[in-house]
Structure formats: structure tokens, C-alpha cells
Design a protein around this ligand. Sequence first.
Ligand code: NDP
Length: 416
Amino acid sequence: MENKWDHFYKKGYAQRLQLIADSVGLSDAQLQLIHQNEDHASGELVENNLTSYPLPEGVVTGLIVNGRRHLVPMVTEEPSVIAAASNGAKLLSAGEGIHCAIPEKLVSGQVIVKHAEIKAVSKFVETNRQQILNIANQSHPSILKYGRGAQKVAVRELSPTFLSIDLSVDTGEAMGANIINTMLEAISNWLSDQLHVETTMAILSNFADEEVVEVTGQVAVDKLASRSLDGRQVAQRIADASEVAQLDVKRATTHNKGIMNGVDAAVIAFGNDWRAVESAAHAFAARQGPYKGLSTWQVVGDQLVGKMALPVPIGFVGGASKVLPLVAVNQQIAQIHHSQDEMQVIAAVGLAQNLAALKALVTDGIQKGHMALQLKSLALSNGATTQELPAVLAQLRQIANPNSQTVKEILKTIRR
Ligand code: NDP
């Protein structure tokens, strides 16, 4: 029997929208909202497109990376993220700023082979290494215009049943998922012909351990003083918090979520695949077995020194970067012209975000700063208009632990 949702993707935009509206009873105002945000260019990116979903964008100022000052556009729905990143950036940029280095930038992928002899496959790959790299490059010839192309191939035994043939590729300015997938499929076909083996799959690996940014930053301990603690005490408490994130998965996960608050917001602003960066970061945090905090902080003399190694598998071109018009604007705001600059700025924001979160956590507690900013979101989500916001916020700030009911009561008084 024909279902009304069958071949939904083949219907025109108006038909699709009508079908949804009729099925769930969308109001005229809701339909208007959908139309208002509709953007044909970004609609082309996804199937069954309905509208575009706007998220707030703000800018972090004062981040200095390798001696260059950057404004960093950040896209996030979480109220405290940009304020915290700006605070961390200011602390870390008081001295020389943040230093970043990228030892190598290679995208990796794998061809999984089943029921093959490791010795035979290893010998074959060793003997035919250059030919395998050539086949990879020939499958995507334009890559040699942009980067060095396929660079490394190695064999790993996963179990007595499965082997992984790992390929590493310089994909130029692109994140490279599509590029390497094309290459891996070509290699997979050739290998199964030559070796008469079954290949299970050929696909990019999101374990981006050859695209790691090494970040260091430091702040003079006396810049960290709070109302009740001197700077050295705060610095030691931040170092203690970072040690706990090396010891305990419960804390490490939250520590890393704080880093990714900044990282994701910048990755989204630059039009990149944040799921790829997220999965790479968390897998990297567990690369030695136990899942650990991605950054560490130590008191060294009169400085608090932070270090982090973070995979940042992004591209300056490709993916959605040329389709979403704000990406080019954001790249210009950040004064970024290459993928490696973008990777460094993103990782630097992660370290700044981490410092601000740890400082708040070990001094006033996270809620104080959070709630000051969450008040806006509390007011707006309970019906305050932007015009009413200043008056509502002024009253909310006087109240301990305000909630939805508090906002509704304030609105009632204001509107009377
Ligand atoms: P694209 O295929 O969109 O972009 C790469 C293309 O950009 C190149 O093939 C090249 O095309 C062109 N290009 C222009 N200038 C350059 C340059 N300087 N350096 C390199 N390429 C250049 O994207 P990617 O291969 O980067 O793949 C990223 C996309 O893949 C993202 O959207 C991601 O979400 C998605 N993806 C992610 C997966 C994952 O993470 N597991 C899996 C599959 C897809 P030309 O040769 O025509 O000039």
C-alpha cells in the first residue's frame, strides 16, 4: 500500500512542506518561520530540506596564536561559551600568547582485508608500496595540484581474521574525506584483484592522529588571583583539577567537554564537520587505553603552563565551506588563509576555553558565571521579548535561584 511519505525526497519543496504541515498541523506562524529561515543554497546540501536552522554567532577577541592576533567567530547555543573563551584568551595572551605546532597533517584511511595472511600481505605491500601510492594518486589526480597526495601505506593485524591496510594522504587544504575515500576504493579494488582477498571496506579513519595540533600557553600566576584566593593558590588548584582529569574518566569527560565547547563552536563557524573533530578528539583522549583529559596544567616557577595535543581534522576548502556564505566571512574575520592556520586557531580556542572553565571551577564555582549568562536564556525561553529583556534581567539578578515561574511573575508585573 502506498504510504504518503514514500518518495518524499522526490517531491518538490512546496509539496514536502504542505505534507508535513498537514500531517502535524503547523500553524501559519510556524510556516512563516520555516520560510523566513529557508535558504536555497544551504538547502542544496541536505536531502528532504525544510529550512535553515540559525544558531547564534559571536566573536572571541584577543586570542594571540604564534604571535598573530585573531578574532575568532564562534557558533554556539550555550550562553557562557564565548564569554569564557574570551576570558581564557585574555589571560593566555597577556604574555607571548599561545604557541601551536602541527608536526604533520596527513589524513588516514583503511582498507580492511578478511582472511589474509599477514606475512604475505605485508610483503606484497612492501614490494609494491610505490605502485599502491601511485594508484591512490591516479584515482584522484587533481590532488597533486593541491598537496603531496598519498604518502604512506602500512599493514596492521587486527585479529587472526582481519587486517587493516592503512593509507596516509596529504590532501592539501581539504579535510579530505571524499578524496581519501576515492583513493581507498581504488586501492581496495586493485588489492583484491592482485591478492585474491576479500576486502570488507575501504574508508577514511576519523582517528586523526596524524593531524594533531600541539598547543602550549602560559599565564603568570599573579594574574589568576580571585576574591578569596591569591594567584598561586588558584594556579595550583587549576593544576590539581587537570591532574584529576588524568586520573578519572568521570572528570576527564567533563574536562574535555569544556575544551570542545570552544573547539566545536569555531569548527562550526568555519563550516567544518564537527562530528569528525569530536570523534577524533575523544578517541585521541583514550589512545593509551584509559580516557584522559586532553590538556594538562602545571605550575612552573611563577607561571601556570598549559599543554594540549588535539587532533583537528578540518579543511579550509571543500565540504560546506563554499556553500555556506558565512564561512568565507568568518574566515576573513579570523584572518585565516590556510587549513593549518584554521587548525591552530581552533586548538588555541580549546585551550583558552579550558583555562577559563578550570579557573571558574576552582574559584567561584561554575554556576556563578554560568547563571549570570543563563539568565538571558531563562528570560527569553519564558516569553520575554528583546525589549523587555533589560527590565527582566535587572529583576532576575536580585533573586537567588530564579526559575521559569520567577520570569513569568516578573513579566506579569512589567506588562501590567
Ligand atoms: P570535498 O570533496 O568537498 O573537497 C575536496 C575538493 O576540493 C578536492 O577534491 C578539490 O576538487 C577541491 N579543492 C580546491 N582547492 C583545493 C585545495 N587547495 N586543496 C585540496 N582540495 C582542493 O571535501 P573533502 O574531500 O575535504 O571531504 C570533506 C567532506 O566529506 C565533509 O563534508 C565531510 O563532512 C564529508 N565526509 C566525512 C566523512 C567522515 O568524516 N567519516 C565521510 C565522508 C564524507 P577538484 O579536484 O575538483 O578541484
